[in-house]
Design a protein around this ligand. Structure first.
Ligand SMILES: Nc1ncnc2c1ncn2[C@@H]1O[C@H](COP(=O)(O)OP(=O)(O)OP(=O)(O)O)[C@@H](O)[C@H]1O
Length: 260
């Protein structure tokens, strides 16, 4: 049985959780002196330079910045897709920067859910199969868990449909269900509304926001769209591979109230 219980915390609860977590000294993610270079010699690209950042459990953090500022690189490092050139990446207190390939793969599978701009669903599999098979669920409860994940993002009625029979927003919900079905503490989203229309984008953002509010996921969301920042708990701006600014949002908007 899928065991997650909805806690539906209010925003003031969230602030309290962040304060509690800060007091306990264990952020969900802690980056310290993080750098990433691509290439060597004069052709070296310094994608990230000496980035330090702490993200607290249950926080919804939006990363903003112009093209090439290092947003996706940061997400890929936290997600264990790439290794840093220097610095530490602590996730729930464990440094993942030094893990070997096998351990990083295990980390990714157990601790991280990814949501991308393009939903990356397999067209020949149903929504349910896209969740169960692509998340590599096994055992007698796989179907039940996948159905519960689809229900938690409001799309269980489409469980037996193929991607070609669903709207973009529905497909993105399936992709989110796939990302959360193993209940990873970290949800990393790279332009999750980039290929959706405004209304559908708002609905998908509402789903992501609710997942953070329920307290099961810390969300890091990369976007070009500064309007989305208004629904975050915190906004981090990147420029040329460094954090140029950070701001806590005093009164985050509900996704449906976003205008852009
Ligand atoms: N695999 C790679 N090899 C070489 N350079 C790379 C690689 N990946 C990223 N870069 C470079 O690192 C820098 C940061 O790229 P990144 O994709 O992180 O930026 P971004 O802010 O996510 O950009 P965008 O908003 O356009 O997706 C850019 O100069 C990019 O060209």
């Amino acid at each position: 049985m899928w065991t997650r219980a909805r806690t539906n915390r209010s925003r003031s609860d969230l602030a309290a959780v962040a304060e509690e977590a800060a007091a306990s000294g264990c952020p969900a993610v802690r980056l310290a002196g993080l750098s990433k270079d691509y290439g060597t010699g004069p052709a070296t690209v310094h994608a990230l330079r000496d980035v330090s950042l702490e993200v607290w459990p249950g926080e919804f953090v939006v990363l903003l910045g112009p093209s090439g500022s290092g947003k996706t690189t940061l997400l890929n490092l936290v997600g264990g897709i790439e290794k840093p050139s220097a610095g530490r990446i602590e996730v729930a207190g464990t440094d993942i920067a030094g893990l070997d390939e096998k351990a990083r793969t295990a980390y990714r599978r157990a601790r991280v859910g990814f949501v991308f701009q393009f939903f990356n669903l397999v067209p020949t599999l149903t929504a349910l199969e896209n969740v169960a098979i692509l998340a590599e669920l096994t055992g007698p409860d796989a179907g039940e868990h996948s159905r519960a994940a689809l229900a938690s993002v409001g799309i269980v009625q489409a469980a037996d449909r193929f991607p070609g029979q669903m709207s973009g927003g529905q497909q993105q919900r399936v992709a989110i269900a796939r990302a959360i079905v193993k209940e990873p503490p970290l949800l990393l989203c790279d332009e999750p509304t980039g290929s959706l229309d405004l209304d559908t984008g708002r609905q998908v953002l509402g789903v992501l926001r609710a997942l953070a509010m329920e307290g099961h996921h810390t969300v890091l969301l990369v976007t070009h769209n500064s309007a989305i920042a208004r629904m975050a708990d915190r906004v981090v701006w990147l420029r040329s591979g460094t954090i140029s600014r950070e701001e806590r949002v005093a009164a985050p908007l509900k996704a449906e109230d976003l205008r852009w």
